[in-house]
Design a protein around this ligand. Sequence first.
Ligand code: ZN
Ligand code: FE
Length: 263
Amino acid sequence: MTLPRIVPVRAFADNYIWVIRDHRHAAVVDPGDASPILDYLRHEKLQLAAILNTHHHRDHVGGNEMLLREFPVPVYGPATEAIPTVTHPLRECAGRESDEGVVYLREFTLSFRVLDIPGHTAGHIAYYGGNMLFCGDTLFACGCGRLFEGTPGQMVASLQKLADLPKDTEVYCGHEYTLNNIRFARTVEPGNQELLEREKAVEALAKQHVPTLPSTIGLEKATNPFLRCGEPEVISSASAKMNKPLNDPVSVFAALRDWKNRF
Ligand code: ZN
Ligand code: FE
């Protein structure tokens, strides 16, 4: 039994479709477009084994139908979002034994725990297992998703849930936004030395068009302003931007999110 490898397949302008694969099988996370995945599977001579969706946005589920025509596989997705192709609706089952809270991929002897992380969308879920986190559009490298359906309070709680995972957890996000996110983070926290180092490393990767992902929870906690709403420099930058003292993490987060939307 070989451990599965994780491979990024690019789609649209900046989406990543993550492929979990061994030498025969593949599972895909958030196939917004089927054709780059079908090309990859053909080229690598792989059988599709499962589709995992994190949320209902078209750029994450748009390829489900076409993939299913060729490979009638199980489709895992959030129980509370309308994704017609989902066959296995999921939700977090903290403390309870339930099939709805776990995904077991037999081909890779790999299981994921489902985490509810509302904010970007109301029913957004993440998959955590094998030291990996697939978090869609909730946590990005040095950033976070926009609040389309949730409140700042929900997003802060969701991000905290992810930040509480082990530091060495590999973070697989839905988009390549890292360089742009770092520009913003540097504006918020110019005194963060680790962030400065990360900027240099990411600039080098971006120049070679190499993916900047996966990240790790530890790196995000050290450099992602949206996970650092209690840090003095983040609080003072957000307060200065809003022209009023902000003293709780949710207000700081809301100010940062708003600032980033217009950055
Ligand atoms: Zn989205
Ligand atoms: Fe997206």
